[in-house]
Design a protein around this ligand. Structure first.
Ligand code: ADP
Ligand code: ASP
Ligand code: MG
Length: 467
């Protein structure tokens, strides 16, 4: 029987000593049941944001402020360690934390002198969040009598050198995990490892991009052929709509891999979009669970969705920019689209939605950092207009593939909202519309009410969603 599993705890699930106490109870239950857990942890909530803010302040030369923030960071981590361990047991972890803080101080001082932070230095800084939280969690396990070992993610999660969004090498991770993690699991020790962080073959620290701890969990789960990957977070599972937009979303009990990856890609932040791929490749189920309510069943993500349901959930992305490119000179000339997409490729900006008409192409991007040079390059061969403050609203469900009428009815539900773009993705399991961001809350709530909340006359669609 395969006893290995990954349990990943997000920032709010390691936010303080109380949260880490809950984490220990959850992992202990697995150990008592015969499981061999790998525990992947995020930085304590807000810490990664704080580290990036400190780097930005250092670039501006605000040294006193940076050192004050560093002190606060040290205090927060030490307080958690103190609350979890008696004085006798916490010596080693306090020293390990001090070493991380010293290193942060040295790097931040260098950044403040140079007033410049390269992506490589940013990775070195950001990695400290997960390195510190995982040290505390590993020490807390020892204190609680759960045999465990701290693993340095830089020895396991091997990536390329694309700093701040490095691409992992699953083959290298497989070899490293077999060497550095598996023997501990066999010996009955829970492995504790920081997510998000990796290193190049040469040992230079990298990160997998924001929200990347989910991805770490999936990579490690795949590398060790685990039986399940559990994502422990602060909501009851994948919800039928973004809880920051819709007041009363429901839990989706089961999703297919395809549905989950579309939802993640189109804004359901509960799961990093890259998480699903390593799981799909080895057919490892992923579960999303609430660390404050471990008894609730959560969402189970497997190869197939339940047969008797149409839509799985809605997702949205705010702060979308629509770029409309109208070709005059090259009207319908072949090679136009290639030229257009080359511009986006050159500026490392990915496009989410594309629609075309005879003379124009509209695309959306959520990353507008390189917008100015993109527009300049496009203007060399086309007229370009840019609309900001747009939003993307997306309905996802494997049922959209089998019932073409569903898309029409979904659009009918949005009657009255000016839709800037409409797209049915090639996967045919999502219908996406682009609209003004100010319309998003009302549009998403209306869709949710009509499709997921049973009206007085009964639901319009057979859905297996539970409250
Ligand atoms: P963690 O720190 O545990 O990784 P995240 O903040 O990355 O947690 O993701 C969890 C958050 O995702 C939730 O608190 C919720 O606000 C947000 N979210 C957005 N869309 C959804 C959705 N469809 N279902 C569940 N959560 C969602
Ligand atoms: N701590 C990192 C972030 O905030 C990674 C993660 O939590 O998934 O982006
Ligand atoms: Mg997350």
């Amino acid at each position: 029987m395969n006893r290995r599993l990954v349990l990943k705890f997000g920032g709010t699930s390691v936010a303080d000593a109380d949260a880490i106490g809950r984490l220990i109870r959850i992992v202990r239950t697995e150990v008592d049941g015969g499981g061999q857990p790998v525990v992947v942890v995020s930085a304590m909530s807000g810490v990664t944001d704080r580290l990036f803010a400190m780097a930005a302040a250092a670039v501006r030369g605000e040294r006193a402020d940076v050192m004050q923030q560093l002190d606060d960071l040290r205090t927060r981590h030490e307080d958690a360690a103190r609350a979890l361990m008696p004085e006798s047991g916490r010596h080693a972890v306090i020293e390990a934390l001090a070493a991380h803080i010293d290193e942060l101080r040295a790097v931040l001082t260098a950044v403040a002198i140079l007033q410049e932070a390269s992506p490589r230095s940013l990775d070195g800084l950001a990695a400290a969040g997960e390195l510190m939280s995982s040290r505390i969690v590993a020490a807390a396990f020892a204190e609680a009598g759960v045999p465990s070992v701290w693993i340095d993610p830089r020895r396991v999660v091997i990536t390329n050198a694309s700093h701040t969004c490095a691409a992992p090498s699953l083959d290298a991770i497989r070899i490293a995990a077999a060497q550095h993690i598996a023997p501990h699991l066999e010996a009955g020790r829970a492995a504790v490892i920081g997510g998000y962080v990796g290193a190049t073959e040469d040992g230079i620290t990298t990160t997998l991009g924001r929200g990347g701890s989910d991805y770490s969990a999936a990579l490690i789960g795949a590398a060790l052929d685990c039986r399940e990957i559990q994502i422990w977070t602060d909501v009851d599972g994948m919800l039928t709509a973004d809880p920051r937009v819709v007041a009363d979303p429901r839990v989706v009990p089961a999703l297919s891999f395809g549905e989950a990856s579309e939802l993640a890609y189109f804004g359901a932040k509960v799961l990093h979009p890259s998480t699903i791929l390593p799981a799909v490749e080895q057919d490892i189920p992923v579960r999303i669970l609430n660390s404050r309510r471990p008894e609730s069943p959560g969402t189970r993500i497997t190869a197939n969705a339940p047969a008797a349901r149409t839509l799985a959930a809605l997702a949205c992305k705010r702060r979308i920019t629509v770029i409309e490119v109208t070709s005059t000179r090259m009207l319908m000339a072949h090679g136009f689209l290639r030229k257009l997409f080359e511009v986006f490729e050159r500026h490392q900006t990915s496009v989410d939605v594309v629609t075309t008409s005879e003379v124009s192409v509209s695309v959306t991007v959520d990353d507008d950092r390189h917008l100015a040079p993109i527009v300049e390059a496009l203007r060399e061969f086309a007229d370009v207009s840019v609309e900001r403050d747009m939003a993307l609203l997306c309905a996802v469900g494997d049922g959209l593939r089998s019932d073409p009428a569903l898309s029409v009815r979904l659009l009918a539900s949005l009657e009255g909202f000016p839709l800037r773009m409409v797209s049915q993705a090639a996967s045919r399991r999502n219908l996406t519309v682009v609209l003004n961001e100010r319309d998003l809350p009302r549009a998403m709530t209306r869709l949710h009410d009509q499709w997921f909340v049973a009206p007085a006359g009964g639901p319009r669609d057979p859905m297996s969603v539970s409250a």
